[in-house]
Design a protein around this ligand. Structure first.
Ligand code: SF4
Ligand code: SF4
Length: 231
């Protein structure tokens, strides 16, 4: 899932300061799971913002709405009446949702209410950890299902480095050394021979290094106008 954290109230308040009526738009998927931008967070933020502006003698009218996903047109389009009736939108979705609103509603001022963090796993209540850096060419079959790109502090393809000590990373003693985890798992799976194999330098063109990426699936494209397509 995509993880994120809601921006501090002071920052959101500053962004919304010029306006008298805003929509706070929540997203019912990833940011709901990480408690950053679901229906509940929309309600809490709206109450805090209203109160803060009231105390300043500059009341702010707030419309609250949460859709299932802010990253798909079919859920974004029904927001049109609310967006047309406000001066700005505070999106509590990830950066994709913010940009989806901005693209779909070119005249709307869309403000980010969430700092998008990483692709992560909700390990237990209150703990979200990074698991994938979306490199575009997965090598988990070589590393026991543990990603060295996202979980090794140096993204080493062949580790561990000389700083690994007692299973911890030299960058932060609170962090498990990813390559220790890989070693332990390969050992448990009877695949330690993989540790001896050198993983060649990666083709990073599938990563961000190749510029903005896109996936084109001609077989899924319907013969309908661009603006009518999902995605
Ligand atoms: S190897 Fe790449 S795609 Fe696979 S988990 Fe790691 S970053 Fe993600
Ligand atoms: S100690 Fe382990 S996780 Fe940390 S940088 Fe070295 S190999 Fe990577």
């Amino acid at each position: 899932m995509i993880t994120g954290q809601q921006k501090p109230l002071a920052e959101i308040k500053e962004m919304t300061q010029p306006f008298h009526k805003v929509l706070i738009a929540g997203c019912g998927t990833c940011v709901t799971v990480c408690f950053a931008g679901g229906e509940k967070e929309v309600g809490i933020l709206a109450a805090e913002l209203r109160m803060a502006r009231q105390l300043e003698g500059q009341p702010l009218e707030i419309v609250e709405r949460t859709v299932q996903r802010q990253c798909e047109w079919e859920y974004v389009d029904p927001l049109q009446p609310e967006i047309e009736g406000v001066e700005a939108v505070v999106s509590l979705a990830c950066g994709i949702g913010v940009q989806a609103l901005a693209q779909r509603f070119p005249n709307a001022r869309v403000l980010p209410g969430v700092n998008t963090s990483f692709l992560g796993l909700p390990e237990k209540p209150g703990l979200f950890t990074e698991r994938c850096a979306a490199c575009g060419n997965c090598i988990l079959h070589l590393t026991g299902g543990i990603c060295p790109i996202a979980r090794c502090s140096k993204s080493l393809l062949n580790g561990p480095c000389g700083g690994s000590a007692e299973g911890h990373c030299e960058i932060d003693k609170e962090v498990d050394c990813a390559w220790q985890l890989i070693y332990d798992r390969l050992k448990a799976l009877g695949q330690l021979d993989l540790m001896a194999e050198i993983i060649p330098a990666k083709d990073w063109s599938t990563n961000r290094d190749g510029g903005p990426r896109k996936i084109v699936r001609e077989d899924l494209m319907l013969d309908i106008p661009e603006e009518g397509r999902f995605g």
